[in-house]
Design a protein around this ligand. Structure first.
Ligand code: SF4
Length: 269
């Protein structure tokens, strides 16, 4: 086993080998019991037969199960990488993570939460003061405005508590479905949807689980394909898979346990 793969598995806390899956591509329809007309096949010219590609069912239950199994083996304990001690801290950290790495956010938030532990503290902050605190996370003016607006609304309308429904979460400034899914799933264990960040969006397209062009529409496709009891863990696993293996620029396809079923144009093997 390549040493890079060993390292990935070590970080993910994997104890079993992940190459237990057969290296076969999804079975073409003709191999899954669907008969081919001999007469029509005979009438095709050799050139036409060469062009015809077998149809692959990328969302078959069998293929999905292989993807879930591979992710389970790679990342059995996948968790949110943003440091937090409660739902409010996770909400602030998730707002800060937009267009920023979790590592960078994790450098900023411990000091921030020590100075300002409650929604009331953030609601009382002048925006320029918060901007200075979070400047290194990028887009700091917008983020400061949203965090103060969210804290103010939590205090005014929700008893300074992070609400527990998607509908209520979406009333908070700067909170869309991705942030709401992160907070409701990770902090409360409530499966309201699948987190679709840049990693999940990219991998869903590469694995042809969705052809959609917006995170919201990709999420709706994934919700139909992934059992609800997996929604939370699947999001975490896909994010770690995107960080460690199916990276944006140079995916590590040679060590990818899903290579056998991946037809992405981005493949490097
Ligand atoms: S084979 Fe490559 S592109 Fe396909 S899922 Fe694996 S890492 Fe990503």
């Amino acid at each position: 086993m390549p040493s890079k793969m060993k390292s990935i598995k070590k970080q993910a806390g994997v104890t079993r080998t992940s190459r237990s899956l057969s290296r076969e591509r999804p079975a073409p329809a003709s191999e899954r019991g669907q008969e081919t007309s001999t007469a029509s096949a005979a009438s095709e010219t050799p050139a036409l037969r060469r062009k015809a590609k077998p149809k692959v069912d990328y969302t078959s239950p069998e293929r999905l199960q292989k993807i879930f199994s591979a992710l389970d083996e790679l990342f059995p304990q996948a968790q949110c990488a943003l440091r937090h001690e409660n739902a409010f801290q996770l909400l602030v950290a998730t707002i800060l993570s937009a267009q920023c790495t979790d590592e960078r956010v994790n450098k900023v938030t411990p000091g921030l939460f020590q100075k300002y532990p409650t929604p009331q503290d953030f609601a009382a902050l002048p925006q320029p003061a918060l901007e200075e605190e979070i400047r290194s996370t990028g887009f700091f003016r917008n983020k400061a405005r949203n965090i103060i607006g969210t804290a103010t609304k939590l205090v005014a309308d929700f008893g300074a508590q992070v609400p527990r429904t998607m509908e209520e979460m979406l009333t908070l400034p700067g909170v869309a479905r991705k942030t709401a899914n992160v907070v409701l799933g990770t902090a409360y264990g409530i499966p309201t949807g699948v987190v679709v960040d840049t990693h999940v969006f990219r991998i869903a397209n590469r694995l042809k689980l969705s052809k959609q062009k917006t995170p919201e529409k990709v999420e709706q496709d994934l919700i139909k394909l992934v059992p609800q009891e997996r929604w939370i863990s699947f999001g975490h696993q896909m994010i770690w898979f995107g960080r460690k293996i199916c990276q944006a620029r140079k995916p590590l396809c040679a060590t990818c346990p899903l290579e056998f079923t991946c037809d992405s144009r981005d493949k490097t093997v």
